[in-house]
Design a binder for this molecule. Structure first.
Ligand code: ZN
Ligand code: ZN
Ligand code: FE
Length: 331
C-alpha cells in the first residue's frame, strides 16, 4: 500500500521501552485522515470499500496503526525499534447504522460476526507470519469512539501483547507447579462461589472476577479448556453469542446512559504450543456510577495498580439483576 504520494510521509514503527519491556506502536497515520462530511459513515453499505450484499464485512483499516514503512535512516544507536509489521482490520458487524451496540444484533447475527472473525483468523494461522490475533471492541463516544456504526477491530501483530504475555507466564508457572490450568481453577472457584457469576450457559460462564480492576469488569470463559477461537465448536460459538448479547445488554441497561466499555479476546499466540493457556473474553465496563466514568489516573497509570471503588460482589449482583430483569426477553 503506497499512501506516501497521496498523504505525504507516513511514519510508523514499533519502539521498545527497555524499562518496562514492552512495545509502543508509533504512527502518525491518524493525523493524515482526511476531513469527512459530518454525516458520512465509511462503514455503511455502498461506499467504495464496503459495497453491498453482506451481513458482516471485514475490511482493512484505511488508516492502520501498523504498516510497513520504508526503512528509516538509522537514527537510533541505543534504542531498539522494529518495523510496524501487522494488519489492522475493521469488523463491520451489521449493515445497519441505526443499531447502537453488538447486543442489539440477534443471536444469529452475532454468530455470523464471530464466525467471520474466526475465518479471518484461520487465514492468518495458515499463513504462519504473525504472532498474535487481537480482536477488540471499543464502545462509547465518551471513551473516544468516533464511528457510531457498530464495529470492532482486529490487530494482527508481530509480537504478543504485554497483558497476554503476563497471563501466559502466570499460567505456565501454575501449570508447571500444580499440573493444572490456572484459568480452569478460577472458573471452578467462581462457579462454586457463585456470588460473582452474572450469567451462565452450558459451555460458558460470565463473572466479575474476584480481582476485577474496572468497576464492571466481566470475564467470559468457556468451561472447556481451549486455547484459540478457531478451536471453538459451532455449538460453543452459538452459545457464546448468547452470552455476549446478555452481558452487553446488562451493561447497556444498568444505568440511564449505556455504559461505555472495552471488550477484548485473550487467546493463545498463533505460533507455538500453549497447552497451559485458556482463552477468555474480558469486558471493561468503565462507569462506576450513573454516567460517572472511572479514570485510570495516578494510582492506576502512575503506579500500575487499580483502585476499585466498590465491592465486586455487589456490582455483580446489580448486573445479574439487570440481566435477568431486562435482557432475558425475546431470546
Ligand atoms: Zn454507518
Ligand atoms: Zn483451562
Ligand atoms: Fe485475560
Amino acid at each position: 500500500m503506497s499512501l506516501g504520494g497521496v498523504l505525504g510521509d507516513v511514519f510508523a514503527e514499533l519502539r521498545w521501552d527497555p524499562t518496562l519491556k514492552e512495545w509502543v506502536l508509533v504512527s502518525n497515520i491518524r493525523e493524515r485522515r482526511p476531513w469527512q462530511p459530518r454525516n458520512y459513515c465509511p462503514l455503511c453499505p455502498g461506499t467504495e470499500e464496503t459495497g453491498y450484499g453482506w451481513d458482516v464485512l471485514i475490511i482493512e483499516n484505511k488508516y492502520p496503526m501498523l504498516m510497513e514503512c520504508p526503512p528509516e535512516p538509522s537514527r537510533h544507536d541505543f534504542y531498539v525499534t522494529s518495523k510496524a509489521i501487522g494488519k489492522c482490520y475493521v469488523v463491520i458487524e451489521t449493515p445497519r447504522h441505526d443499531l447502537d451496540d453488538l447486543s442489539d444484533l440477534s443471536r444469529e447475527e452475532i454468530v455470523k460476526v464471530v464466525n467471520a472473525v474466526k475465518d479471518l483468523m484461520f487465514k492468518h494461522v495458515n499463513e504462519g507470519i504473525y504472532e498474535y490475533f487481537l480482536w477488540f471492541r471499543n464502545k462509547g463516544d465518551r471513551i473516544g469512539v468516533s464511528l457510531k456504526h457498530p464495529h470492532s477491530q482486529i490487530y494482527v501483530l508481530s509480537f504478543i501483547p504485554t497483558k497476554v504475555e503476563r497471563e501466559l507466564m502466570s499460567a505456565k508457572e501454575y501449570w508447571e507447579s500444580r499440573g493444572r490450568c490456572l484459568f480452569c481453577d478460577i472458573v471452578k472457584v467462581e462457579l462454586r462461589d457463585g456470588v460473582r457469576v452474572i450469567y451462565e450457559t452450558g459451555p460458558w460462564v460470565a463473572f466479575l472476577p474476584f480481582y476485577a480492576h474496572w468497576p464492571y469488569e466481566i470475564h467470559i470463559y468457556p468451561k472447556r479448556h481451549v486455547q484459540l477461537l478457531t478451536q471453538l465448536s459451532n455449538q460453543e460459538v452459538s452459545e457464546l453469542a448468547e452470552v455476549i448479547k446478555k452481558v452487553l445488554c446488562g451493561l447497556k441497561k444498568l444505568f440511564s446512559e449505556p455504559m461505555p466499555y472495552i471488550m477484548v479476546l485473550h487467546q493463545a499466540p498463533l505460533k507455538g504450543s500453549y497447552d497451559y493457556y485458556h482463552l477468555h473474553i474480558e469486558v471493561y465496563g468503565v462507569f462506576r456510577g450513573d454516567g460517572v466514568l472511572k479514570y485510570a489516573a495516578g494510582m492506576e497509570l502512575g503506579g500500575g495498580n487499580f483502585t476499585y471503588d466498590a465491592i465486586p460482589e455487589e456490582n455483580a449482583r446489580r448486573l445479574k439483576e439487570v440481566i435477568s430483569r431486562e435482557c432475558l426477553r425475546g431470546m
